[in-house]
Design a protein around this ligand. Structure first.
Ligand code: C5P
Ligand code: MG
Length: 188
């Protein structure tokens, strides 16, 4: 199975590139952010809890996210592989993912880190905020999300470097240019 993590700061293009990866490689998509937003829309208990964190630009606690991910993985049958989008966001989540996959006799094939500078991230997210309707695409929350990324999420890079599955991808350029780099990295 081809299990891919698409990683990077908020606004680095994880969701956009996931769609193209799915179309080309036929993977199942697990976007933890999309699952959380669906729960909020459905006004579920999980959604109500998660909304408070998301609106502040903070991370939903590991136990909640890991449980949610495990449910989603259990629901997948005969997938060719999975693209993990927006997960893991902490080293604890990366460790839990490793354990979950090991139980299934699987592992992560590659972790792709989309590298985009801060100015570009902010300008992309502000632009997205004009149409996304997302409660967290405003300047104050964007800056908080980037700070949370730097403090809590970026250590995940070291985890996958140690695992030997890390690949850095230049995340600026046209969507197709970036996708070419990603395709090459996956096919390697
Ligand atoms: O991945 P995405 O940018 O769509 O996530 C939006 C928000 O959802 C994050 O800023 C965070 O508040 C929450 N989230 C989280 N833990 C994850 C994924 C998303 O707390 N693993
Ligand atoms: Mg996303």
């Amino acid at each position: 199975m081809l299990n891919v993590i698409i990683f990077g700061p908020p606004g680095s293009g994880k969701g956009t590139q996931s769609e193209k990866i799915i179309a080309k490689f036929g993977l199942a998509h697990i976007s933890t952010g999309d699952i959380l937003r669906a729960e909020i829309k459905a006004e579920s208990k999980l959604g109500k809890e998660a909304a408070q964190f998301i609106n502040r630009g903070e991370l939903v606690p590991d136990a909640t996210i890991i449980g949610m991910l495990e449910n989603k993985l259990n629901g997948l049958t005969d997938a060719k592989g999975v693209i993990f989008d927006g997960f893991p966001r902490t080293v604890a989540q990366a460790e839990a993912l490793k354990e979950m996959l090991q139980k299934r006799g699987e592992d992560i094939s590659v972790m792709l880190n989309l590298e985009v500078n801060r100015e570009e991230l902010i300008s992309r997210l502000l632009k997205r905020g004009e149409t996304s309707g997302r409660s967290d695409d405003n300047l104050e929350t964007i800056e908080k999300r980037i700070k949370v990324y730097e403090e809590q999420t970026s250590p995940v890079i070291g985890f996958y470097k140690t695992e030997g599955t890390y690949k850095g991808i230049k995340g600026v350029g046209t969507i197709d240019e970036i996708f070419d780099r990603i395709s090459n990295a996956i096919e390697e």
